[in-house]
Design a binder for this molecule. Structure first.
Ligand code: ZN
Length: 93
């Protein structure tokens, strides 16, 4: 019985960073939902620094609930578009 999975804990993306820093995990990297920049690696220090430097002033006074809504809204911008139906050209003639 081994329910203790020991993984290397450094470099793993923490779900709460989405709310705290507006970052999502993207493969090995992290993407800022606000400015859509991708940052190499998934280190809290790097992500926190990006947020504190660029976005803190803009989002720091949001409540937790507002932040969650913001994350959902920002994420929908990155949702993969369905390939058909994208820019449907109507032949008007
Ligand atoms: Zn950013």
């Amino acid at each position: 019985m081994s329910d203790r999975k020991k993984r290397r804990s450094d470099g793993s993306f923490k779900p709460e960073w989405e709310i705290l820093y507006f970052f999502i995990s993207e493969q090995e990297n992290s993407r800022c939902l606000v400015c859509s920049r991708v940052i190499a690696g998934q280190r809290k220090f790097t992500i926190e620094r990006h947020y504190n430097t660029l976005h803190k002033g803009e989002f720091d006074d949001l409540t937790e609930e507002e932040r969650k809504q913001k994350v959902v809204a920002l994420k929908s911008n990155f949702a993969p578009q369905s390939e058909d139906g994208l820019e449907e050209v109507s032949c008007a003639s």
